[in-house]
Design a protein around this ligand. Structure first.
Ligand code: NAD
Length: 325
């Protein structure tokens, strides 16, 4: 049985589907703080909070857990600056509870949702695994601290891990079975689709004078189904005895804010309001991943990196929320 902590959320629900498709048995552990029971469509569900170690012990007692995938965290960068305690408690301290129970049960395989936010401002692009890690906000710090804890546990104990550092996760299941719940994210694509369904009045473009071809920031968008595939490959890698390691996951290409907004208008056929605004502090002009290592070692081949495919899959999911506003 594979334990998916945070499996009622956006990315975890896609991994749950992919693992099930590939024949794994899964159990989702989630407190539904941002996740939705409706997204747990595969495997078993155990409602519990990582802050409560007895609830973690219970899920390990009820199920024979072979490996753990950990998605449960808070992820809003701005909120982490305003309320760092909330982030250190949930993202770091609660992860230590999980590690404690894993060790009590001699479960030694772990896959962690890390982030491009561990790198901070890029010193060069594309960003590979050797790029220095120097986060510029508490959210990124929490992810880097967990990476360091895993490194130390792996050196000291019988514990092997894979840290997957996602760039911008995007899109939705191509069969429309799961996706990002409306209102649960401050990422650009769900926000543009919110503008399309009338759930927000406008989309602000923060900075139109960056040194990029159209003056707006460029980010690396990686389809959530490609992320799901990477997790299954990482799990098989650990099951086959692979050593602890970290991988950057992105599409290596990048789209500008303007390209994303224009594509949202094209795919939805809705002309929402777009307002140019001042730059935001700490937004680098360009963030692009180098994912060669994941391709070489995990044999990962992302498939859905075309912006139109990404947007269509996101819209196919997101438009259901139109009726709720
Ligand atoms: N979405 C992105 O673009 C992105 C990029 C890089 C990294 N990540 C990381 O990937 C992971 C998953 O992100 P997501 O976008 O699916 O977020 P999400 O909010 O949709 O999913 C997180 C899930 O964890 C659950 N959870 C949170 N705290 C919990 C706790 N204490 N106990 C039990 N369950 C808890 C939530 O209810 C939710 O279901 C996070 O760790 C996030 O930091 C996301």
């Amino acid at each position: 049985m594979i334990l998916i902590v945070g499996g009622a959320g956006y990315i975890g629900s896609h991994i749950n589907k992919e693992l099930t498709k590939q024949g794994f048995k899964t159990v989702v552990f989630d407190n539904l703080s941002s996740g939705k029971k409706e997204l747990v469509k595969w495997g078993e569900f155990f409602q519990g909070d990582l802050g409560n170690i007895e609830e973690i012990r219970k899920v390990f007692k009820d199920y024979q857990i072979e490996a753990v995938l950990h998605f449960a965290a808070f992820k809003a960068v701005g909120e982490s600056v305003a309320d760092p305690q909330k982030y250190y408690l949930n993202n770091v301290s609660n992860t230590l509870n999980l590690f404690k129970v894993m060790r009590e049960n001699k479960v030694n395989k772990f896959i962690f949702s890390s982030s491009a936010a561990t790198f901070g401002n890029p010193q060069y692009i594309p960003i590979d695994e050797k790029h220095p890690q120097s986060p510029i906000n508490p959210y990124g710090e929490t992810k880097l601290i967990v990476e360091h804890i895993m490194r130390d546990y792996s050196a000291a104990y019988d514990f092997r891990y894979v840290a997957l550092r996602y760039f911008n996760a995007c899109g939705a299941d191509l069969e429309g079975e799961t996706g990002e719940w409306q209102g649960s994210s401050s990422n650009l694509i769900p926000l543009t689709l919110d503008a399309a369904i009338g759930a927000r009045e406008e989309i602000g473009i923060f900075g139109t004078d960056y040194p990029t071809p159209d003056g707006t920031c460029i980010r690396d968008y990686i389809h959530v189904t490609d992320l799901a595939e990477a997790h299954v490959l990482a799990l098989k890698y650990l099951m086959e005895g692979g050593a602890s390691d970290c991988f950057n996951l992105g599409n290596g290409k990048g789209f500008s804010v303007k390209e994303v907004v224009d594509m949202a208008k094209k795919v939805t056929e809705i002309d929402f309001k777009v307002t140019p605004k001042d730059r935001r502090a700490g937004d680098p002009p360009e963030l692009i991943a180098d994912s060669k290592k994941a391709k070489e070692i995990l044999k990962w081949e992302p498939k859905y990196f075309d912006l139109e495919t990404i947007m269509k899959s996101a819209w196919n999911w997101h438009k259901q929320f139109k009726k709720t506003v």
